[in-house]
Design a protein around this ligand. Structure first.
Ligand code: 0A1
Ligand code: ZN
Length: 882
């Protein structure tokens, strides 16, 4: 089977659009059609003559017939936006070759040949940022998933593993630094102002892990000695002025290397490890073998310009990319349907790493919040797909919260079921068994069964079925028997292409609390594996309070039918940090959803404020956790539960509750703000926690009394020694119509002029604010001299932030929807991947009340009607309208 790209649907042809879900549609790649490649490439030598306008590439491959292939005599080489400049087979001009669309077909007579192909690339005009592109005067690559075919003709699929040698030559002044995968083996001067370097990667790898960087870069260097004594040279490469902001990335890298040895027994396997930061990048970062390429956003950090959240982002992403060296590179994916094999597992690994570096319970709460805000809506919308999808049109659309975050949750459930030691035996076996292979999710599951001694037969459904299971729990008490029974039901909702579902095994941790003593007799792990399941516990003299899904052991929506008193009890007594957080969240959720229908419930609002007050006073918890407990549920999560809803009404209900809490707890919040403000800057948990609660307090106080809080926020801004405090204060000010607002926004811009990452914040602060004039401001900001549609970070900081700002995006005029659709149409020809990522916001129309839903659909239809839409955007928009 040729996995090469296929033509997208002709614009405006509704029949073709319908056919997109049919198995025979040529634009759709089906998992069940996987065939091993007919030809393999054992070695490839790439020779580059570098230039920003023109780069010449000569690729010499040793191709060999795959004994497991179908015997096809024709070598299929994928291409995208490149032309053959020269083609040789065994050093003679190739004969009989042809183009099939963008791809090269080359008939071969023998079992092994040398194939040489020359291509010419134009990095400076490559706005898609896939393949070889220019960013700020440097050259850089992005090949995952299908970017290598924009560099040379190749069987660009992850199950073709080759040994790579790369030779680069280029002008020494323009490209003083020349980097590629593996180890640097030779360098030299050409005597004409140009120089060259040869890099050799001894590890077999798929083409998506190839990378090259050339440019004016400087390095923060260090070394790491691995557990078996290999000394590794580490370098974080950035532009000259950024060097002093690389220490945290380097520290995170060293911590990651050590952690992977200890937690998973994984050692690094080359003499060099390079990280390069680039300003123009579609995603967060990329795990190319030995040469990770990062969005600057996940490398650069110092106290003045990066928030605590940014610091966490750097640590997590540096870890994530490093951990891919084993979960992704040493063992890669057989095909892109297996993407979660590397991504789900690596997200779990980075989550565990960050938890070990910081606070485990706080990290768990943060991860669940992300899952609920980003993955749950995906799983219940038109783009829902299993963590191992069955089909795709454009694989770039499948780098989703489902593949990444739900994928991690699924493996976390295995961890919960097996316990840490057996889980480790499972992963050891997986790494042993499949090292050097292009593997499947099934290989992982089998290794877990054999190594961790788990029966995962029914559990495999988690890989097959999309949709967030809805679970209910109802407790009954039999006084005469002293027995409490928990009655569970589960239902996996229908999702596109999957109308009926089977029950899945759902591990749920529970504890039964005695109401008087506030204690419980131990946690139990229950497996709910049928549509209905009952569990009975004896030895109770009165009905206990049930704490369920402790630690969020399963990615489900649980309705535990607790009454308000139970929730208040758990918010005060639960010894599981997540469950404590969850009970407060549930109480708030109940109040918010209820208040839309019936107005506020005074008793419940009082209970919430009391519980929050108790959180502020609780000396047993640290400020990092306090900050989590004081946060209200996100609007995206609430919308999931309320749908179809009026999102603006929901937003106002949430603001009203914030104001109520702010008013009721005014003195406590002021005291909290003052206590936290006295703690000096540091990166330790205490100081970070202080900054977190400081801004939380400010947010609640502002909702209650904007004028009074504005003065406090202004003082926080003016005395800030770090970005967390400064941004927190400005966020609050940007949302209220106070005189300091524009002055301090201008001050912020002037202070950080020229620092792209901070100017991104400046755009985002305005696009995400509570200011009722956000849409006017976004329109004006799009005309600002600092706005450019060519930089994905900048586009996201303005438009993604606005799309996530419920009150603005869902403005009843439909203007927010129109602005996003206009952006998609403008961006699509330039950067299809980034454009397509905006479609899901409009695709949520089914969750929204009918008037707005119609406006959202109309914008999707306007996009769908545009001629020459990219395959990326076409797929998303078609599925969103279905
Ligand atoms: N594998 C990377 C994510 C990534 C995917 C596609 C890209 O191309 C635009 C870039 C990065 C990761 O999981 O970190
Ligand atoms: Zn990844």
């Amino acid at each position: 089977m040729d996995i090469a790209s296929t033509p997208s649907n002709p614009a405006g042809n509704p029949e073709m659009a319908d056919a997109a879900v049919e198995p025979h549609d040529p634009a759709t790649t089906m998992r069940k059609n996987y065939q091993p490649p007919a030809w393999l490439v054992s070695e490839i030598r790439l020779e580059f003559e570098l230039g920003l306008e023109l780069t010449k590439c000569v690729a010499t491959m040793r191709v060999e017939r795959n004994p497991d292939g179908d015997g096809d005599q024709t070598l299929h080489l994928s291409g995208d936006n490149i032309a053959v400049m020269n083609l040789k087979v065994d050093d003679a001009d190739a004969e009989g070759w042809s183009m099939s669309g963008p791809n090269l077909l080359l008939p071969l007579s023998g079992d092994a040949h040398k194939v040489t192909v020359e291509t010419h690339l134009h990095p400076a005009t490559n706005s898609q940022l896939m393949g070889l592109f220019a960013s700020n005067g440097m050259l850089c690559t992005q090949c995952e998933a299908e970017g290598f075919r924009r560099i040379t003709f190749f069987p660009d699929r992850p199950d073709v593993l080759s040994r790579y040698t790369v030779r680069m030559t280029g002008d020494k002044a323009t490209f003083p630094v020349l980097l590629s995968n593996g180890n640097l083996v030779e360098t030299g001067e050409n005597g004409d102002g140009s120089h060259w370097a040869v890099w050799d990667d001894p590890w077999l790898k798929p083409s998506y892990l190839f990378a090259l960087v050339a440019g004016q870069l400087v390095a923060n260097r260090d070394t790491f000695t691995t557990m078996s004594g290999r000394k590794v040279d580490l370098a974080v490469w950035v532009r000259e002025g950024d060097l002093e902001r690389t220490d945290h990335a380097m520290r995170s890298l060293i911590n990651s290397m050590k952690w992977d040895e200890e937690a998973f027994g994984r050692e690094y396997d080359l003499d060099q490890f390079n990280i390069v930061a680039v300003a123009d990048f579609n995603m967060g970062a990329m795990e190319n073998k030995g040469l990770n390429i990062f969005n600057t956003r996940y490398v650069l950090a110092d106290p003045e310009t990066a928030t605590d959240g940014d610091y966490d982002g750097v640590e997590g992403v540096v870890g994530h990319e490093y951990f891919h060296n084993w979960s992704g590179n040493r063992i890669t994916c057989r095909d892109w349907f297996q993407l979660s094999l590397k991504e789900g597992f690596t997200v779990l690994r980075d989550q565990m790493f960050s938890a070990d570096m910081g606070s485990e319970p706080v990290k768990r709460i943060e991860d669940v919040r992300v899952l609920r805000a980003a993955q749950f809506p995906e799983d219940s919308g038109p783009l829902a797909h299993p963590i191992r999808p069955d089909s795709y049109q454009e694989i770039s659309n499948f780098y989703t919260a489902t593949i990444y975050n739900k994928g991690a949750e699924v493996i976390r459930m295995m961890h919960t079921m097996a316990g840490p030691e057996r889980f480790r035996e499972g992963t050891d076996l997986y790494f042993d068994r499949h090292d050097g292979e292009a593997a499947t999710c099934e290989d992982f599951v089998k290794s877990m069964e054999d190594g961790a001694k788990l029966d995962l037969s029914q559990f495999r459904l988690w890989y097959e079925q999309a949709g967030t299971p809805k679970v209910t729990m109802h407790a009954t008490f039999d006084q005469s028997e002293g027995a409490v029974t928990l009655h569970f039901t589960q239902k996996v909702p229908a999702t596109p292409g999957q109308p009926t579902k089977q029950p899945m095994p759902i591990p749920i941790k529970v504890a039964l609390f005695d109401r008087d003593s506030g204690t419980h007799g131990g946690e139990q792990l229950l497996m709910v594996d049928k549509s209905k399941a009952d569990f009975t516990f004896k030895g109770f003299t009165r009905p206990p309070v049930i704490s369920a899904n402790r630690g969020f052991t399963a990615p489900i929506q649980l309705d535990a039918e607790n009454n308000d008193d139970d929730l208040v009890f758990l918010a005060a007594h639960d010894d599981d940090a997540f469950a404590r957080y969850e009970s407060l969240q549930q109480l708030v959720t109940r109040e918010l959803l209820g208040s839309i229908e019936n107005g506020p419930d005074e008793k419940r609002r009082g209970a919430i404020a009391d519980a929050m007050g108790a959180v502020i006073d609780d000396a047993q918890i640290d400020d990092l956790m306090r900050g989590e407990l004081l946060m209200l549920p996100t609007l995206t999560f609430l919308l999931e539960l309320a749908a179809p809803a009026d999102p603006v009404a929901l937003h106002h209900a949430r603001e009203r509750l914030k104001a109520h809490i702010g008013l009721r707890l005014r003195d406590k919040l002021i005291a909290l703000h003052e206590r936290a403000s006295a703690i000096p800057y540091g990166l330790d948990a205490r100081a970070r926690g202080a900054r977190k609660v400081k801004t939380q307090a400010l947010v609640m106080l502002t909702a209650a009394d904007p004028k009074e809080a504005a003065a406090r926020a202004e003082a926080q801004y003016r005395s800030a020694t770090n970005m967390t405090d400064r941004q927190g204060a400005l966020m609050v000010l940007a949302g209220i119509g106070c005189p300091a607002r524009s002055e301090l926004l201008a001050d912020f811009h002037a202070r950080f002029d020229g620092n792209a990452l901070v100017i991104d914040k400046w755009f985002a602060l305005q696009a995400g604010s509570l200011d009722p004039k956000v849409l006017d401001r976004v329109e004006a900001l799009a005309q600002h001299a600092d706005f450019t549609i060519k930089n994905p970070n900048r586009v996201r900081s303005l438009y993604m932030t606005m799309a996530g700002n419920m009150a603005a995006f869902h403005d009843e005029s439909g203007r927010g929807y129109r602005m996003i659709a206009d952006l998609v149409l403008q961006l699509d020809p330039l950067n299809a991947q980034t454009a397509a990522r905006f479609i899901p916001w409009l695709g949520r129309w089914r969750k929204i009340e009918p008037k707005r839903a119609a406006l959202m659909r109309a914008e999707l239809e306007r996009i769908a009607a545009a001629p020459d839409l990219s395959k990326d955007t076409r797929e998303q928009v078609t599925k969103s309208l279905d």
